[in-house]
Ligand binder design. Sequence first.
Ligand code: LHQ
Length: 259
Amino acid sequence: MTVLVEKHPGYHQISLNRPDRLNALNTEMFHALMAALAEAEADRECRAILLTGAGRGFCAGQDLADVAVKDGGPPDLKAVLERYNALVRTLRGLEMPVVCAVNGVAAGAGANLALACDIVLAARSASFIQAFSRIGLIPDCGGTWFLPRLVGAARARALAILAEPLPAERAAEWGLIWQAVDDDKLMETAHSLAARLAKQATIGIALTKRAFDAAETNDLGTQLDLERDLQDEAGHTPDYAEGVRAFIEKRAANFTGRR
Ligand code: LHQ
């Protein structure tokens, strides 16, 4: 099984599982990952996802053995990228938060897959490598979009061109990720975060994700209009009614995550 799914109360843990290849992505793993995400989406009890990797790495990007240039020329890289693009679009569009626990090296598409998630934690020993330039490629999986937005143009360009490993702690200092965590605390921290998110107002979080993504291309006026519409949608959820009621009654809210 190239991807493992563990169901916890309120959330699914999805683990990339080719540890001897540092969880490099091949076609089978791609399909298994898409299926795991679809399963989480279809499960009404699932209100958050925890994505991580088995073994000492998070994900070493595309399995290079599958895309080696042979006598007939390069493989169909456009087809490979169509798959990656579908994966990134799916992650961003999921109507629930995705926590990524980067347990070890995240390279190439593996690094940018992590950046597509909503809240990224990384073990202190983990690192992020925009490995693409080492093999003559450009950052994909949204790398050229995520990097400058997260760390600014100067750092984005140097990371992409030099392909030097960025240690987790510096990644957190630079705003590439949310938090670097001691190795032995990573999974504990990630699980408690996923469990906490699974009790939050899920639709509000989904609409927040949508608003942030739209803000990347909207002008302020358009974004204000979008916030008005999404807030109206959030305001019609039972969780909004419950949230306000709980505040007034000075008790913890009991959110359902439903529309
Ligand atoms: C691997 C891989 C790997 C296969 C480690 N493939 N086996 C999109 C579309 C089309 C084409 C291409 O790409 C893309 C997107 C991309 O993702 S491009 C970027 C692809 N990824 C890379 O270039 C990273 C390649 N890996 C590495 O540079 C190193 O493995 C890192 C720095 C990640 C980790 O280094 P180490 O900790 O020293 O581990 P290692 O290199 O010894 O790897 C362990 C094993 O995993 C090893 O196999 P072996 O049989 O010797 O034990 C590696 O060959 C294998 N492996 N990454 N991407």
